[in-house]
Design a binder for this molecule. Structure first.
Ligand SMILES: *[C@@H]1O[C@H](CO)[C@@H](O)[C@H](O)[C@H]1NC(C)=O
Length: 347
């Protein structure tokens, strides 16, 4: 009699438990779609991003919250990841106060920002200007403040995967250019990076460093993309990927005691050059593309000077000869040109 009464009660409890498990399962199933994991980023921004360009930061730059920007779990370890970014996760960053040598060119900041906005709209990239006068970087040269701007861009856009830092004295010449496909995709990186190329510290003949980019590299390890002119890497146009390595490199570059507070003529550019020359680990993570890929200069031979079809032109050093304004207008009027103007092989 006893056993007979117990048995149904057990079945009732088992039945309720089973139903409860199914309800719980279907209640939460689908809330976190597979896509979320595949494209994991620390958080999709819903509200419009609020920059604080109009007011100074409330203290020393390194104490600001942007230095604690997050990276996705897939980008935290040694092994890294490789994928083609979505266009909306590419941020074009102009880090400038509109002053300096570039102020020789009338309205330069306003004009290039409009140009970049048009390019960003065409492809769905994000265009961002950060006012570098806001950062309290002590006595370091103002040029260093491009680096806090990169951190702040990662922080303001938690979804941004690549930050493209470009100087103000750059004009985008080919609006069709596809950054994701031609520069950032694993295929582009694998095919395009220079292997076994000397890393320069001044002219090669005068100062051979005997230090080279890796002959073989893992695409998953490449976190920073840069170019080199005839003397040195040039930070006028640089891509930074949201990874733990990038964050650490930005922090070390701006270490005030070791680098930033010291007298470096080339400021943040010297810092990254120094770290590349000194550390194999850094060389493994910083890829060098041929210069004209995304940093053609206004003058120079076929390795360096702008040629038809190049993504952009950079007026690096134009202030030395006082030619910035003239050159700028000449190229500005040729934006998006399709006619032969400066073809390869030109003197
Ligand atoms: C840039 O920041 C500086 C310092 O905070 C400020 O004085 C200036 O007005 C800002 N510029 C703009 C255009 O908001």
């Amino acid at each position: 009699m006893q056993a007979f009464q117990v048995a149904p009660r057990r079945w009732i409890i088992f039945g309720i438990a089973t139903v409860a498990i199914f309800i719980a399962f279907f209640r939460f199933y689908g809330d976190i779609p597979y896509e979320y994991y595949r494209n994991y980023n620390p958080g999709e921004a819903i509200a419009p991003v609020q920059n604080n360009n109009d007011k100074p930061q409330p203290g020393y730059f390194k104490a600001q919250p942007e230095w604690d920007f997050d990276v996705p779990p897939s980008a935290k370890g040694w092994k890294g990841y490789a994928k083609t970014p979505r266009n909306k996760d590419i941020v074009i960053l102009t880090a400038s106060d509109g002053g300096g040598h570039n102020s020789q060119i009338p309205d330069v900041l306003k004009r290039v920002l409009e140009d970049r906005q048009g390019y960003a709209d065409k492809h769905g990239y994000t265009n961002l200007w950060l006012n570098t006068s806001r950062y309290d970087i002590g006595d370091a040269h103002r040029t260093w403040s491009k680096i806090p701007a990169v951190s702040e861009a990662f922080y303001l856009y938690p979804n941004a995967e690549w930050i493209w830092l470009i100087d103000t004295d750059i004009i985008l010449m080919t609006p069709e250019y596809d950054l994701a496909k031609d520069i950032l995709s694993p295929e582009a990186i694998k095919k395009g990076l220079m292997r076994g190329t000397p890393i320069l510290d001044g002219q090669l003949k005068k100062n051979p460093t005997n230090i080279f980019t890796p002959k073989d590299f893992r695409v998953e390890d490449i976190d920073i993309l840069i170019t080199q002119d005839h003397q040195s890497v040039n930070t006028g146009s640089t891509f930074f990927r949201r990874t733990a390595f990038t964050r650490y490199l930005l922090e070390i570059m701006t270490d005030y005691t070791l680098l930033m507070g010291k007298d470096h003529g080339g400021a943040e550019q010297d810092a990254i050059k120094h770290l590349m020359l000194e550390h194999q680990l850094v060389r493994n993570h910083v890829g060098i593309y041929p210069q004209r890929k995304f940093n053609a200069y206004v003058q120079g031979g076929d390795n360096m000077g702008y040629r038809d079809g190049d993504l952009l032109v950079h007026f690096a050093g134009c202030w030395v000869t006082n030619k910035c304004a003239g050159w700028f207008e000449e190229f500005w009027n040729k934006r998006g040109h399709a006619d032969p103007w400066r073809p390869e092989g030109r003197q």
